[in-house]
Design a binder for this molecule. Structure first.
Ligand code: AMP
Length: 490
């Protein structure tokens, strides 16, 4: 009887690569690796329909390392090019090359925005075996005459659906035309929108199609709940805090997704005020802040990460116990990507989505796309005593017993704006001790991870640091961008 092809050593990878895989500790290839690696090694084009979390990155990095063992890099003429939609994803793929390529001496260059051109130019001048880039920055270098793409033998287009969402398709088309027709192309996307199919028809040659999971499928290891809330942002914040507290020790760390940058900023500051261990991540932050923030979250120095969809796709953050959708995503596909941050690699995870009366159509679209009914956590929207969207908070509602309500402000008359004003005013006036007192009066609001981090080393703790130094940059009113409140000194 022939043994099934399930071992890495059956795939045709080089000894050096097999050694690296062994030292990383992978026991057997994932389905996308099993499907893609032999074809990549045979110089065939591959169309991989797979989400992140499936081992997709190694499915192209491992065979590329094997192929790159022959030949050498020439100045300004990279041998392979990997296009990623975001800086974080690009940096993550570089980490994969460093990890799996530990036994190789390849030169890997990263061309991403927010980093000086000079350093990147120097790397290119020395010759790059692997160039990992975001499309915009790559074209900038090309236009400055610092880069020749005629030596590219393998082109990888990763997360193509995200490229589409971000408006990068024209850039991708342009880049594809700058690279020799004879190249090998590896193309990955979680979903196949018509624009993506068109792109593959145009730029792939007889690709081997490997489909791992349906685009709409969500991992079965994720428990999903909808949580009814009033429409006002302070109501949603109180709902979120209650959810976090109710999860207790089960909540190790969480990503909280918002639809708008303004809300990230507002929610981040509110959670800091409530003494949670929290950071923020969105596209407008400079590169250094983003990387520091991500590293701190990965290392467990911050427990909660308030994020935009930039963080939703592709980021490899193992072991996230919870995802909270502070806003229902307006694109159903984003829901799949967001909640896919938890329940990875067979672990269980929980995803809570806060829903107001304004979100019904988006919830319907998500349920339709993923072909499932998502259960309500504590009663549906109809069970909210009254729609508090334009009115006062319902004092009988458990949620209105939030710390914000307890600060003694008259919630009855305030509008959203007034509430924000009120919050920031009281923050300015309250000495730190008073803030601490408010939080102490709420023992149930104490968050284990936040406390742990605080007690470890306050100099490395955002929540601790911010509560001691509530630095409010002047001139921003209530709209201080979150990143301005973040200490990136690590
Ligand atoms: P990706 O889909 O590339 O984002 O990979 C998701 C996670 O799976 C990463 O943490 C990888 O380190 C991990 N991984 C990749 N290949 C394997 C494998 N064959 N066995 C176990 N874990 C893997």
């Amino acid at each position: 009887m022939i043994a099934p092809l399930t071992s890495f050593s059956d795939l045709g990878l080089s000894e050096k690569v097999l050694e690296a895989v062994k030292s990383v500790g992978y026991e057997e290839p994932t389905p996308i690796q099993l499907g893609a690696i032999p074809h990549v090694l045979k110089h065939e084009d591959v169309l991989g329909i797979a989400q992140t979390g499936t081992g997709k990155t190694a499915s192209f990095v491992l065979p590329m390392l094997t192929l790159l063992e022959k030949g050498r890099a020439r100045a300004r003429m990279p041998r392979t090019l990997i296009l990623e939609p975001t800086r974080e994803l690009a940096a993550q793929v570089k980490e994969n090359f460093d990890q799996y390529g530990a036994n190789h001496h390849l030169s890997v260059a990263l061309l991403i925005g927010g980093v000086s051109f000079d350093d990147q130019d120097r790397k290119l001048d020395r010759g790059a075996d692997v160039l990992i880039a975001t499309p915009g920055r790559l074209l900038d270098h090309f236009e400055r005459g610092k880069l020749l793409l005629t030596g590219v033998e393998i082109l990888v287009i990763d997360e193509a659906d995200r490229m589409l969402d971000m408006g990068f398709i024209p850039d991708i088309e342009r880049i594809c035309k700058l690279i020799p027709f004879t190249r090998q192309t590896l193309f990955f996307s979680a979903t196949m929108a018509p624009e993506i199919t068109k792109l593959t028809e145009q730029f792939l040659h007889n690709p081997v199609r490997i489909e791992i999971a349906k685009a709409s499928s969500t991992a079965t290891t994720i428990t999903q709940k909808l949580v009814a809330s009033g429409r006002k942002s302070w109501e949603k914040r109180a709902v979120l805090r209650d959810l976090i507290h109710n999860e207790g020790n089960e909540l190790k760390n969480a990503i909280i997704f918002c639809n708008r940058k303004k809300d990230i900023s507002e929610l981040f500051r509110s959670l800091v005020r409530h003494n949670f261990s929290v950071g923020a991540l969105h596209g407008d932050m400079d590169q250094r802040s983003r990387m520091t923030m991500l590293a701190n979250f990965k290392e467990g120095k911050i427990a909660l990460l308030v994020a935009s969809d930039v963080a939703a796709r592709g980021l490899d953050i193992p072991d996230v116990s919870h995802v909270f959708n502070y806003d229902v995503p307006t694109h159903a596909e984003d829901y799949v990507h967001r909640i896919g941050r938890t329940g990875r690699a067979g672990k269980s995870g929980k995803a809570f989505t806060i829903v107001t009366t304004a979100d019904k159509k988006y919830v319907d679209a998500i349920e339709k796309m993923s072909d499932q009914k998502i259960d309500w956590y504590n009663g549906d929207l109809a069970s909210l005593k009254q729609d508090t969207s334009e009115e006062e908070p319902n004092r009988n509602d458990k949620r209105s017993k939030s710390a914000e309500s307890k600060t003694g402000r008259n919630a009855k008359k305030r509008t959203d704006k007034a509430e924000q004003k009120q919050e920031s005013k009281s923050r300015e006036k309250l000495p730190v001790e008073k803030v601490e007192k408010t939080k102490d009066a709420e023992p149930s609001l104490k968050h284990a991870s936040a406390t742990d981090v605080r007690s470890n080393d306050s100099s490395k703790n955002y929540a601790g640091k911010l509560s001691k130094e509530p630095a409010s940059p002047k001139g921003f009113g209530n709209d201080i961008p979150a990143f301005m409140l973040i200490d990136t000194r690590g």
